[in-house]
Ligand binder design. Structure first.
Ligand code: ITT
Length: 179
């Protein structure tokens, strides 16, 4: 039994759908774990898993730290994505990006897995652009403003799971687990 620890239901749904394709199942542990401050998602994910492992002991689990990095804003909101989404949200990002020509952005996901003894991390990235308006209502978080090949993740619905940062990080993790 491996636990997936997240307070974000959108993340959990996606992990469940992707895991199914690999014939894997995980137990959802809906919890907001202690997250350290930092500039680097790998470091945040690893340190958070380290802290949580003290409580989990020999129980296996993974968590995932993700973020949206906008090139024209020097990588903002990056590690602060959760806070920025809760405060200014998608409308706020669209406002910040008004009139900005360079729309390039990427999503990054870092999975940290505790096997009862040590922590391993797996990373996935997907490149895209920030749309100039909200498009679609499927998914969660920044999905309605993240353009991938002309459609937002929210418009792509389940197809997002074929190409997302989460899919790419999970792919590495599941291949390693199944090896
Ligand atoms: P947990 O830490 O409990 O897992 P969280 O929502 O706080 O949940 P993060 O700290 O990793 O998760 O913050 C990531 C933020 O980035 C989150 O608020 C989302 O809004 C956004 N995000 C991450 N992945 C996303 C995706 O696939 N689509 C849209 N937004 C995403």
């Amino acid at each position: 039994m491996i636990y997936f620890v997240t307070s974000n239901e959108g993340k959990y749904r996606e992990v469940l759908a992707i895991a199914k394709k690999y014939g894997l199942e995980f137990e959802w542990m809906k919890e907001k774990y202690v997250e350290i401050q930092g500039k680097d998602l790998e470091e945040i994910a690893r340190k958070s898993a380290e802290i949580l492992s003290e409580k989990m002991k020999d129980k296996k689990f993974f968590l995932e730290d993700s973020g949206l990095f906008i090139e024209a804003l020097n990588g903002f909101p990056g590690p602060y994505s959760s806070y920025v989404f809760e405060t200014i949200g998608n409308e706020g990002i669209i406002k910040l990006m008004k009139g900005v020509k360079n729309r390039k952005a990427y999503f990054k996901a870092v999975i940290a897995y505790w096997d009862g003894k040590e922590i391993r991390t797996f990373t996935g990235i997907v490149e895209g652009e920030i749309s100039d308006e909200i498009r679609g209502s499927y998914g969660f978080g920044f999905d309605p403003i993240f353009l991938y090949s002309g459609r937002t993740f929210a418009e792509m619905r389940e197809e997002k799971n074929e190409v997302s940062h989460r899919r790419r990080a999970l792919e590495k993790f599941f291949e390693w687990l199944n090896a």
